[in-house]
Design a protein around this ligand. Structure first.
Ligand code: BES
Ligand code: MN
Ligand code: ZN
Length: 508
């Protein structure tokens, strides 16, 4: 899909589909009113007739309007002007995005009126670019041909004012985030037989090649030598070999701090480390899951996919910051060599763990990755994981769970989630929860009992999130849709994109 920015005059634009956001009960925004004049008031008459529903996100398609060069006009409601806010803008964009993805027109245009935006144009265009590009996503693998027939390929944005560089940039940023989301969704939607740990590693490698950054892929021998006993304990039950994938996106041009270099990295330039849970299929292991909906455990690598997607987005945006992506990737399977409940394993940190339930495997692979993160002297570490069913019970499928030992980082992530309609909700991480992880046979158990499962999982991770600022995103309820619309969502990439853009702006 290609975005271009065109000068005004929407009424004269030859296009397959012209999208005009309009308020339910207020004068037409300037671009729409030009079109209205050209068709002798047809638009205002249609709106007055009530055919376009008031609710933000409602649409009405008009065909062959005389006096206007466009073949079709899509009126899309911004809702009542008095109630106009970010949510209404998001709803309008989603509706326009859906229409664009389904239209037989090959090219289309959208009117962007400075006066009809709920916030500054840079923000609005970044969201627009992302939502419209994201709506066109189709999972292509099995039915490529039939999926390609509809949807506008070229979309022009018509501004009511002359757009400046930062606004054009914002549109490209939105598109870059959507490209990261598309990659993350593809990886999530693929079955576990295709999207294996080696496949994730190859995907990361190919990205490194494309954008010119380093990707290390550690194989079982390397992981063993490092001493990642917790990570390896999960991999043992599977015929698929595990991989530890380390992506080094060095947009700030800082030398690799894990190699001995005399140059001190200032905290300002310290890398952002993203850690993603990469369980390519979670059967539960010996603590086998029940059969219902077990197919959805192919999505248990969505944390990993969002790290890969975030780095792709950052590379496309050429963000001048350093990002390290760390992905422990493995299957969780019940094999003859699999971990048993009661096994005690030794993590990379030296702390020992009694495995009481092999289905609590995410924390076992993440804890070693969090210890590994330390060597990069991170400015902050964010791990992203489909970690607990309890998170879906607590919060449903609206926000991701956020747990953090750093209030400023937690607030920053919360803000980024609100700004991109990819919200998070913070849960407490008080010391009292640590008691639930007591074990008679090791430094800790890998489960904390029946209650507060999302929190005890994060409490477990916090013991490995040593000396840096750390936040944990539990995306168990948000990484994919279930039921009829089953499919990866690409979350929390909108949030992460916003976060990385913000960090890049802060640094320069
Ligand atoms: N990948 C699952 C979490 C999950 C379950 C995400 C369902 C989305 C939907 C994770 O590895 C897991 O199995 N967690 C257990 C932890 C329990 C054994 C303490 C869970 O949530 O039941
Ligand atoms: Mn599990
Ligand atoms: Zn899992």
């Amino acid at each position: 899909m290609e975005f271009t920015i065109k000068p005004r005059s929407p009424e004269k634009l030859k296009t397959g589909l012209l999208c005009l956001p309009v308020f339910a009960n207020a004068p037409l925004p300037s671009l729409a009113s030009k079109v209205d004049e050209a068709c002798q008031g047809l638009l205002s008459a249609v709106i007055a007739s009530g055919d376009l529903e008031e609710k933000a996100g409602s649409t009405l398609l008009l065909h062959g309007v005389t006096g206007v060069a466009a073949e079709r006009i899509l009126l899309s409601s911004l809702g009542p002007s008095a109630a106009f806010n970010e949510k209404a803008w998001f709803d309008t964009l989603s509706a326009i995005g859906t229409a664009l993805a389904e239209t037989p027109a090959k090219e289309a245009a959208i009117a962007i009126d400075g006066a009809a935006l709920p916030r500054n144009p840079v923000w609005a265009l970044r969201q627009a670019g992302r939502i419209i590009a994201d709506r066109a996503y189709r999972f292509n693998a099995p039915r490529a041909q039939e999926n390609k027939k509809r949807g506008a390929q070229e979309i022009s944005f018509l501004f009511s004012a002359t757009p400046d560089e930062s606004q054009k940039e914002a549109l490209r940023q939105g598109q870059s985030i959507a490209a990261g989301m598309a990659l993350a969704k593809d990886l999530g939607n693929l079955g576990g037989n295709v999207c294996t740990p080696a496949y994730l590693a190859e995907t990361a490698r190919a990205l490194g090649k494309q954008f010119g950054f380093k990707v290390d892929v550690l194989v079982p021998d390397d992981i063993e030598k490092l001493g990642m006993g917790a990570f390896l304990s999960v991999a043992r039950g599977s015929r698929q070999e595990p991989r530890l994938i380390v992506m080094h996106y060095r947009g700030a041009g800082t030398p690799d701090s894990s190699k001995k270099s005399k140059k001190k990295t200032s905290p300002q330039n310290a890398p952002i480390v993203l850690v993603g849970k990469g369980i390519t299929f979670d059967s539960g292991g010996i603590s086998l899951k029940p059969g219902a909906e077990m197919d959805e455990m192919k999505y248990d690598m969505c944390g990993a996919a969002s790290v890969i997607g975030a780095i792709k987005a950052a590379a496309l945006m050429e963000l001048p910051i350093d990002i390290i992506g760390i992905i422990p990737a493995t299957e969780n399977m019940p094999g003859g060599n699999a971990s048993r409940p009661g096994d005690v394993v030794r993590s990379l940190s030296g702390q020992t763990i009694e495995i009481l339930n092999t289905d609590a495997e995410g924390r076992l692979i993440l804890c070693d990755a969090l210890t590994y993160a330390e060597r990069f002297k991170p400015g902050c570490v964010i791990d992203i994981a489909t970690l607990t069913g309890a998170c879906v019970v607590a919060l449903g499928r609206i926000p991701s769970g956020l747990l953090s030992t750093d209030d400023a980082l937690a607030d920053e992530l919360t803000r980024c989630g609100n700004d991109s309609a990819d919200r998070v909700w913070r849960l407490p991480l008080w010391d009292e929860y640590q008691d639930l992880l007591k074990s008679n046979f090791a430094d800790m158990a890998n489960i904390g009992g029946r209650w507060g499962g999302t929190i005890t999982a994060a409490a477990f991770l916090s013991r490995f999130a040593g000396s840096y600022k750390w936040a944990h995103l539990d995306i168990a309820g948000t990484a994919w849709n279930t039921g009829e619309n089953k499919g990866a969502t690409g979350r929390p990439l909108p949030l992460l994109g916003e976060f990385l853009i913000g960090r890049a702006a802060r640094q320069h």
